[in-house]
Design a protein around this ligand. Sequence first.
Ligand SMILES: [Cu+2]
Length: 227
Amino acid sequence: MRLRRLALPLLLTAALTGCTDASPSSERTYSPPPGSTPWFVSGPPTSARPSHPASGVVPGAPMIQGMVTGTFLPFPQSSLAITYDPKVVPPGSTAQVVISRAPDGTRVRLSVTGMVPRRTYGAHLHRQPCTSVPEDAGPHYQHVPDPKAAASPPSVDPSYANPRNEVWLDFTADAMGAATVSTGEKWHFDKIEPPRSLIIHAKPTSTAPGKAGTAGPRVACLTLTTQ
Ligand SMILES: [Cu+2]
């Protein structure tokens, strides 16, 4: 009789202990191991991040069409719209790129504000996103890639480095430092590897053989991504 009275509380205690054990173990499943990065930090895995450690840039999806606007600031104040030369592209100046896709081709419009009044700049779409290092934006986006440039970059052959095979957006700022320029191409961007940045250069773009597509130092960069 005494044993039977004791058995019931013991069974209840065991059942309750089972419940309370289950709860912390399921919480442990979602807890990060000590010293590791918490699981709730968002962003792509480390392997998907750009190789340059100083960049801090985590690119979004590439932009086939759409609009991106950026205010140029020195890195790291901005990692998506960076001025590399504040004398040529003053901090606070802006750029907006609009890409529209039509059945017969692609239209790209660039509008800028806050540039040096009456100065002429080179501007192109480049293959890689912006980082703190201007050269990281890679070469110009080319519809038909220059086969020689794969072995010895950059592509300076006018039959590939031209405004029909690349997207050139050179502009001259007005008295207020503003400009708008448009260009149209008879092709569409590659869906997997579209251009990832707009680079503004210090000089107008050359068309001479051996120098075609060059436009002086890279002075600013705007990453083209759908946010
Ligand atoms: Cu360029």
